[in-house]
Design a binder for this molecule. Sequence first.
Ligand SMILES: Nc1nc2c(c(=O)[nH]1)N[C@H]1C(S)=C(S)[C@@H](COP(=O)(O)OP(=O)(O)OC[C@H]3O[C@@H](n4cnc5c(N)ncnc54)[C@H](O)[C@@H]3O)O[C@H]1N2
Ligand code: MOO
Length: 406
Amino acid sequence: MISVQEARQRILSSLSALPPEQIFLSSALGRVLAEDVSARCTQPPVAVSAMDGYAVRAADTATVPADLTVIGEAPAGGGFNGVVNPGEAVRIFTGGPVPEGADAVVMQEDTERPDKKSVRIKLAPHEGKFIRPAGLDFSEGETLLRAGKTLNARDIALLAAMNVPWLMVRQRPTVAILATGDEVVMPGEPLGPSQIISSNSLGLAATVEALGCRAQILGIARDTPESLRQMATAAASADFLVTTGGASVGDHDLIQFVLGDEGLKVDFWKIAMRPGKPLIFGQLAGTPMLGLPGNPVSSMVCSLVFLAPALAVLAGKSPDAFERRGRAKLSVDIPENDHREEMLRATLQKGSNGDLLVTPYKKQDSSMLSKLSNADCLLVRPANAPASRAGEEVEIVFFPSSDLSL
Ligand SMILES: Nc1nc2c(c(=O)[nH]1)N[C@H]1C(S)=C(S)[C@@H](COP(=O)(O)OP(=O)(O)OC[C@H]3O[C@@H](n4cnc5c(N)ncnc54)[C@H](O)[C@@H]3O)O[C@H]1N2
Ligand code: MOO
């Protein structure tokens, strides 16, 4: 059995980012930039007003009140073609281009209109007041976003302002998910007396989608070599194959045995982790494959520890993109650990002095999804860790939050 660290390393070193593709900006949320992006325009393109008011020459308003002649209007998207000479002002609106000769804007609220032709300035502006100079935000050619960035809603607003309608991003990995076992059926299907629902198929598909990838549920292969062989061929077009079940040593655990005939090259089998011991990693006809254990908690925890970094690398992100680790104080004593690194489902509370307290569930059987759903984090017990007392600090892993973010 290899360590968790070595297993992770062996998976990651065999993977690299998928090639780029061009997409429209409206589909770019959560995608990873494949190249640096520069502005295709200057923003704002010319000096504009930040307020509704009057464009003036600041020198004309040295003493207030000052009456100026209104010689025209500068609306946003339009502008005033003439020049503002001494003693003159132009009615201007937010976003309107500042006319030649003017060097300040006076807010409407600080003016009066004694008659249609003139404006009375009541508050003297300093030069540049309420003027956004050309290029205040950015200038044409300026590189504002770098390759490798996962695009959030703020980035998309910026890219739109940069006049970038098309983008080169990393292809989004497609992950084929194949469950195995005569005892499992899809939710809603008729259930035999000792059959259970394939929670793994949907749980893993949701994990894949939450990681910003595309999930393709292939279905459930029965415990026969023919069924498994046939269904696994459907994975050929995917970027990654995940199987669940059939990873262990039972007579019906067919993954290695059957897929070996189909060209599965196993890199490793079995890791020193609980849950997740019988994990398989290899390549099936060139497609990287993780063979997850059938136990539902084992398969979900392995997807967090191994599938998330693998998909991050394929998507062009850092392998740690989804990793959120932290520390908390034990609220209870816990016993020593054996040679398998353990990931315990646990809850978090704030202690009276503000400390973050972690409490592992007493029952940790790897078939119990209810505790996984209710958990706030996983508590990491290193291999061979000695017993720990309440109050000691331990490492915790948070569940990654979605990539589709503001
Ligand atoms: N003699 C040994 N037996 C087992 C060992 C071992 O080392 N020696 N390891 C145990 C550990 S640890 C695990 S984990 C499991 C993993 O076994 P498999 O990957 O072969 O999984 P299955 O036997 O097919 O199923 C295990 C368990 O999970 C349920 N299951 C399977 N598929 C699904 C699914 N899609 N959705 C929900 N639940 C599923 C299945 O009914 C079983 O109860 O092996 C131990 N045994
Ligand atoms: O290691 Mo298995 O994954 O206990 O359930």
